[in-house]
Design a protein around this ligand. Sequence first.
Ligand SMILES: [Zn+2]
Length: 316
Amino acid sequence: MDQSSSASTGTSEADDTVSQNQHSPRRADKKRRRHRSKDAGAAEVNGHSSRSAKRRASLSKAARDPLDEPTGKKSKKRKSSASAAAAAPAAESTIITRSPSPLIDFDGLSRPSRGTRERLEESPEQAAVRLEKMRGAVRTILECIGEDPDREGILDTPARYAKALLFFTKGYQQNVKDIVNNAIFHEGHNEMVIVKDIEIFSMCEHHLVPFNGKMHIGYIPRDNVIGLSKLPRIAEMFSRRLQVQERLTREVANTIMEVLKPQGVAVVMESSHLCMVMRGVEKTTTSTLTSCVLGCFEKKEKTRNEFFSLVGLTRR
Ligand SMILES: [Zn+2]
């Protein structure tokens, strides 16, 4: 009630005093809004949500035509937020633990959320139950491939394989926050940083067989640098999950973009997939190359080429 009345007085004031300029500020505001939505889009892509939020705040402080205030939308928003707050304070805990980024698995819980959470929070008893279940499953597989699971040589293989598989996928129990552990330092350094030849062992999610290779990570800081050992550890975390190489490359790049907010990130990976070289096409020399370039690496060909030549890849 109060809002609507104050809005209407604002309108009449505007009508009376600035009838001539009435249209131009509105047009300017439209432009501003267009800019803002563009910014928001870019922010989503690059993960610069906080910075663009700041920018938006300063823009919204500019003089506004009260007519352009989106009162209807505002009240809707207020209603929904109020109802959400009233509905469930219990739901708040799930909101807090949810990943702040739609792009990366920040807290280790976003993919696949249920199973990952169970693994992260399991008790020693639950872990033992999990291992026993897996052991039985591997025993079944041994039977199915025509082996005798009670043969002496492979008697302990189910338990061994279950443990190995849990190790190969230990990334499900890790999260970016713990790995980075605030190792971001203000250095005023703005030149390219590259960590080359990071050894990667991962599991193809389509065939449950390994793929391995090398990853190169480069970034151009925006004053802040990340502890160098953190880059291989981020790569390790995502590679110790069921993966496809394309997503692994992208997840590493997006994570660095998100936690460090540099000018740009480039990640390139070359690897050999056992599902390709051991079966299927059986071309043992094939390697798969994937890359993900963000920020200035995406925008500037020169920067991108510098990275590719520094890591020993000359691509155009
Ligand atoms: Zn595969």
